[in-house]
Design a protein around this ligand. Sequence first.
Ligand SMILES: [Zn+2]
Length: 284
Amino acid sequence: MSNTMELFGDIQVLPRGRYLQLVVKVTLLDDAIIRSNEPEEVLTFNYKSLGNRFIIPWRKIKGKLRRLVMEKQRDLGIPNNSNCYLKDHLCMTCPACLLFGGTGETSATKADYNLLSRVLGETFISRTEVKDISAYTANAVDEETLTTGQALMTILKVPTETEFSGVVTLRDPTPELTSILIDNLNRLTRLGASTREWGKVKTEIVGYVLSDRETLSSYDLVKSEKKDDLCKIADLNLPTVEDSFKKVAELIPHILPKKKQEKGKRGSKAKEETTEAGEESAEG
Ligand SMILES: [Zn+2]
């Protein structure tokens, strides 16, 4: 399949309704341990038509991905005049902030604007059903003393070679933003807040679809197994990731709202649309 639609040649703040959807496959290269008795960590889900599946919540992948983008841009000396780090020290002016969004109020620069995330994701779902879960209980570690006490927790193991399918969507894609996203997805080799929970993974981008709407979902991918109508990433002829970071960093000052301007005019709408930049903090 070929797309008649093209990537945007420039970056603008307001959404323009083009969605680049990347089909992503994550394969576990190690057994992954998940803790099942914390509500935050429920990592199996019983679907009506898919049965019981392992799942990776999007916030886990997004948090890791943002960190990868930030470390790569630091290596390239971006942003050059400030530091940008999670969670309350976002600079609101770098490629990572542009891609993953941020809340001005809690940013390092107290910017009077918010940025919506351009990277949209969803739950990754295992391609096969959960069969025999090897659950066992272990002594929970006391966080303060790091000793094990009486409390028990249940541990689940996700077997090596479990494959997950997911879709990562880039809103209003340009060649540079696409290059940055793809390069860092390919650098995603570990998942989870700590290696205790998840371990080594292989991340592959199977193909993409560019559309005026989000046509793909993890659920459909897992259900139908069809892959034939995807376009090849190589056909996008993307610029290198280094050039992309530099070009985006140069462009950003020209497209972001100017500071201390129109203050008060930005109504409650912008506040409502506040991004979830804070959510990654839970991963750290
Ligand atoms: Zn930043």
